[in-house]
Design a protein around this ligand. Structure first.
Ligand SMILES: Cc1cc2nc3c(=O)[nH]c(=O)nc-3n(C[C@H](O)[C@H](O)[C@H](O)COP(=O)(O)OP(=O)(O)OC[C@H]3O[C@@H](n4cnc5c(N)ncnc54)[C@H](O)[C@@H]3O)c2cc1C
Length: 224
């Protein structure tokens, strides 16, 4: 999946463990009624999942795992990694040379006036001028980076001249409880458009693994 539509930024599911049934089992073990294995959920099982989500019983949603490979601009990863209930491993610009790959917005947004953290599309922003400034800044920075490397400067220092639009890549692992929390905060109108696109991609990749949980989570979310 290419959330930013530039063919560079991406999210893919690397591996996963657990399903809707494992959520039900984790809840039912409380009274010795777990049913190991998986299969289609009964209406009673689905009702239990809805009950758990509606009443904030989060722990049954923790006995599973998903690992995603994410390619995203550094400024997106910086927001992403604030989510501590997850595991991360990221490519190191100390060990490998940074590629000439950066994100350039397809639409440059204006600062919202009523809300400090929001941005809005606006005809006032001269798109071509903004795109050309952005491109020039990247090219100049990347050229300086290469020149520093050519001078013999270490990769760990030379990378300091690169902008946060540079692409980086990471493995991101979390359980379903943490994923729902991430989605609630990042697929939200208050979140930056770019990370929101990644949140939507995670949602599309996670839902086929836990279809009943996702349906119940949406229901609980809209009832709040
Ligand atoms: C729209 C938006 C704007 C933001 N703006 C800013 C900003 O301007 N500056 C800034 O610094 N951050 C900002 N953040 C980051 C935000 O403050 C959180 O760090 C981030 O959203 C991760 O949320 P979290 O801590 O709930 O998630 P996680 O770190 O994944 O934690 C999940 C849950 O575990 C519990 N938990 C985790 N760690 C602790 C702990 N140490 N003590 C107690 N409970 C814990 C909490 O219940 C928490 O909700 C912003 C986030 C959003 C969505």
């Amino acid at each position: 999946m290419h959330p930013l539509g530039d063919g560079i930024g991406s999210v893919s599911l690397v591996q996963h463990m657990g399903d809707d049934q494992s959520v039900v089992n984790a809840a039912r073990v409380s009274y010795g009624q777990d049913r190991p294995g998986s299969g289609p959920l009964s209406p009673r099982d689905a009702k239990l999942i809805r009950y758990l989500l509606a009443h904030d019983h989060g722990s049954p949603f923790e006995h599973n795992a998903m690992t995603f490979k994410v390619v995203a601009p550094i400024f997106v990863l910086r927001q992403w990694m604030r989510h501590r209930i997850a595991s991360y491993n990221e490519i190191s610009a100390r060990y490998s040379e940074v590629q000439d790959l950066h994100y350039r917005p397809q639409v440059f947004r204006a600062q919202a006036t009523g809300n400090k953290q929001a941005s809005v599309e606006s005809p006032q922003v001269p798109q071509e001028q903004a795109a050309s400034l952005w491109q020039a800044a990247w090219q100049e920075s990347y050229l300086c980076y290469q020149k520093l490397l050519a001078l013999g400067v270490a990769r760990e220092q030379a990378r300091g001249v690169l902008p946060t639009a540079m692409y980086s890549e990471m493995y991101f692992s979390c359980n379903l409880r943490a994923l729902f929390h991430f989605l609630e905060l990042r697929d939200h109108p208050g979140a930056q458009w770019e990370i929101r696109q990644y949140a939507k991609a995670l949602e599309q990749l996670g839902e086929p693994i836990f279809p009943v949980c996702f349906a119940a989570w949406r229901e609980a979310r809209s009832a709040r």
